[in-house]
Design a protein around this ligand. Structure first.
Ligand code: G4P
Length: 533
């Protein structure tokens, strides 16, 4: 049944929403920038509120304790704030390299990303990996080159570095004047405004001084000898840099670049103002049958992350759902498609910067948290009418493997239960070889293994240990017809396993084994990622 008033309301709300994530290498300034964005959004009132999630600086046990102490770290996983009439959902991505698989999945729930680069370091390993993930969905990316108050690489070199290493065209929308001690501010190439930098301006940027282009002689008054450098730079940019092309940005082919210093709150408001203007709102989402438009009045959502409470007394977990169409209303009944059951969502949570609160209504682009007592998995779709299955939430090929060894054989059942449930969260993957009854865990980062052993003990009362196992990577295998796949299964039995969903996986012990097998079996598809189903 059509409901014009509801359709209008949803259209209005969709147009107001911006859902994004920040991608960066640890230490580039993501936490600092997040905090400043929240300050502008009025979501927090004091600097120092957002705790740095520097897992890398702690031992695993500290990290576990930290997570537990905070009760649940989801309060900072999704931060909602308002800015200039826009409803902004900032999804946090754990900084530690070992948790990058989780990060990857979070990125499937955003409509755009903000990439933070340290001006002294340029593109770093984690930036590269995250960029690869963004590319899987052609996510539009805005870049922020941070720490201009320090001596770093030359701005032109930074752009070249991004273009070469990340294979994305750069188009600067602001340009820095000097750096380090000589950093004077930024010049907007969009509206010829100069923003002067001072380390003690108390946060808010000044209005900016408008010039009649870079030739305006007043520029010399403000910048002295650096004015000429700016003019030369601008001339070079107009000759060499690509003009901003919104369509190309939206297709993920071009990134607008901003310069600033997050810690000094410099360039952040400029970034935010441009972000709401340029970044896309919620877009259509693919399902196995059709694309779902956010403005459709029927409700739909997909779970992209599950986080355990880490409270051993109640083993409840929170499932993070991104709303993809329609309107969510507290207490609504929705269909859980994988298990074919209707459930009522009574206690959904919306995450604000500092706390979480019950949610009455939510719209496409918003993230709600629902309690999961083991029936919800990553990738699950919920709708209020049509039977749908959203796609695009991948499992990634693990790069590290361990064989799980049970210390007390009487606990085999518990172990299996624990492993299956923890694998369900998606932090590790579980493989059962076809030729033996081992449990092989695969993870994108090694820290996950320690976390799993500690949680098996804590939450399932199972003492487990790991043994090294000589495996190199994993590839999900498929073929056009079952006969080809059966022959492959027979010939490569010793290298094959099933994952927790029963999908066939090739586990080669070396790069060479993988390459030679792919060459020898051209009719088999070896996939690096697998859709959750
Ligand atoms: P991350 O979340 O990406 O890991 O980075 P985070 O914001 O924690 O920043 C990493 C370090 O860089 C911090 O210093 C932070 O203060 C500093 N930083 C962030 N933005 C800027 C900037 O614009 N200019 C300069 N000069 N430094 C910046 P730290 O000493 O590692 O930590 P802390 O003791 O200050 O918290």
């Amino acid at each position: 049944m059509s409901n014009p008033a509801l359709a209008k309301e949803i259209q209005r709300e969709v147009a107001k929403r911006r859902t994004f994530g920040i991608i960066s290498h640890p230490d580039a300034g993501k936490t600092t920038l997040t905090e400043k964005l929240l300050l502008f959004g009025g979501a927090i009132s004091m600097a120092g509120t957002v705790k740095s999630r520097k897992a890398s600086r702690y031992a695993v046990s500290d990290w576990m304790a930290m997570e537990r102490e905070r009760g649940i770290s989801v309060t900072s996983s999704v931060m909602k704030f308002e800015y200039e009439g826009f409803e902004i959902n900032l999804l946090d991505t754990p900084g530690h390299a070992d948790f990058s698989e989780d990060t990857y999945r979070v990125l499937t729930a955003v409509d755009s990303a903000l990439m933070v680069i340290d001006s002294a370091k340029g593109v770093e390993t984690q930036t590269k990996k995250l960029m690869d993930v963004c590319r899987l969905r052609d996510t539009p990316i805005i870049s922020f080159i941070n720490k201009m108050d320090r001596d770093g690489l030359e701005p032109f070199d930074l752009l070249a570095d991004i273009e070469q290493n990340l294979k994305i065209e750069c188009t600067p929308l602001t340009w820095p004047i000097g750096m380090g001690k000589e950093f004077r501010g930024t010049y907007s190439l969009v509206d010829n405004k100069l923003h002067l930098f001072s380390a003690d301006h108390g946060g808010r940027i000044q209005q900016g001084i408008v010039f009649d282009g870079a030739d305006d002689p007043r520029l010399d008054e403000y910048l002295g000898r650096q004015a000429q450098q700016l003019r030369d730079d601008i001339e070079l940019i107009s000759g060499a840099a690509n003009p901003f092309d919104k369509e190309r940005y939206l297709r993920g082919e071009q990134t607008p670049v901003f310069f600033g210093s997050a810690i000094n709150n410099f360039g952040v408001q400029e970034l935010l103002d441009n972000f709401i203007r340029l970044a896309p709102g919620p877009g259509p989402r693919p399902t196995t049958t059709r694309e779902v438009e956010p403005t459709e009045t029927d409700f739909s959502g997909v779970v992209f992350k599950i986080q355990a409470n880490m409270d051993p007394r109640h083993r409840d977990r929170i499932a993070f759902m991104r709303i993809n169409s329609g309107k969510f209303v507290r207490g609504m009944k929705v269909m859980h498609h994988r298990i074919g059951k209707e459930i009522q969502i009574k206690d959904a949570t919306i995450f604000m910067a500092q706390d979480r609160s019950g949610v009455d209504v939510a719209y496409p682009g918003d993230i709600i948290g629902i309690h999961n007592h083991g029936t919800i998995k990553i990738g699950d779709t919920f709708t209020d009418r049509e039977s749908l299955k959203f796609t695009g939430i991948p499992n990634f090929a693990p790069e590290h493997f361990r064989r799980v060894r049970l210390k007390d054989p009487m606990k085999a059942k518990q172990l299996q239960k624990g492993l299956l449930q923890l694998a369900e969260e998606g932090a590790v993957q579980l493989f059962r070889p076809l030729t033996n009854s081992d449990y092989i865990m695969g993870a994108v980062g090694v820290l996950q293994f320690e976390v799993i052993v500690a949680r098996l003990k804590d939450e399932y009362n199972v003492d487990a240990a790991y043994e090294p196992v000589n495996l190199h990577t994993a590839r999900w295998v498929s073929a056009k017809d079952t006969k080809t796949l059966d022959t492959f299964r027979k010939n490569y039995m010793g290298d094959l396993a099933e994952d927790a969903q029963g999908e066939l996986v090739f586990l080669p012990n070396s790069m060479w084994r993988l390459e030679s097998t792919t060459e020898r079996c051209p009719e088999i598809t070896f996939a690096k990622t697998r859709e959750h189903n």
